[in-house]
Design a protein. Structure first.
Length: 180
């Protein structure tokens, strides 16, 4: 009888100890790294697809097809309506056509990081505050005028696939509309 009583007390103590440890571990503060904390403060502002004509010698030579999205601080863009599509189109036009940052004859020389940095710095300068934390290049392709014309006529050619300038980053759709 005494052995049964001691076994019962032992089972109760082990059970209580297990419950205490489980509750303690479940309510322990979660350690968050700096990188995770920074990412939690950012919001994706999805860019729209834009088409920029490449003009040389007074004629359209081809088109840049692009989609660029941004990671921006939630607090800074909370109540601000930004014309991001228009600003991005203007910035891409300046970089791709005005500054000729992409040399179609030598695409391998294109520096994606320099492109991202330039876009980020120029747009932050325009916005007046460091609102853009990261630039995500989803798509940046080039399609020549002949390729566009051939695909419009329904003539299948090997060349009418766009020239990939940047292998884009897949950006998942935001859960809720950002309103920007």
């Amino acid at each position: 009888m005494v052995k049964l009583l001691i076994a019962g007390v032992w089972v109760c103590l082990v059970t209580l100890g297990s419950v205490y440890v489980a509750v303690y571990m479940a309510t322990a503060p979660v350690e968050v790294s700096e990188e995770e904390a920074r990412k939690a403060q950012l919001q994706l502002v999805r860019g729209e697809s834009v088409t920029i004509p490449l003009i040389a010698d007074g004629k359209v030579k081809g088109y840049f097809l692009g989609r660029i999205s941004f990671m921006m601080e939630k607090e800074k863009i909370k109540d601000v309506e930004l014309p991001m599509t228009e600003m991005m189109t203007d910035e891409l036009f300046t970089l791709l056509v005005g500054n000729r940052m992409v040399d179609i004859a030598n695409i391998s020389a294109f520096d994606v990081e320099a492109f991202r940095t330039t876009v980020k710095e120029d747009l932050n300068k325009r916005l007046g505050d460091a609102m853009i934390e990261e630039v995500l290049v989803e798509q940046l392709d080039y399609l020549s005028k002949e390729d566009v014309r051939a695909s419009g006529e329904g003539t299948p050619t090997v060349a009418n696939t766009p020239v990939k300038i940047v292998e884009g980053v897949a950006v998942e759709a935001p859960a809720a509309s950002a309103g920007h």
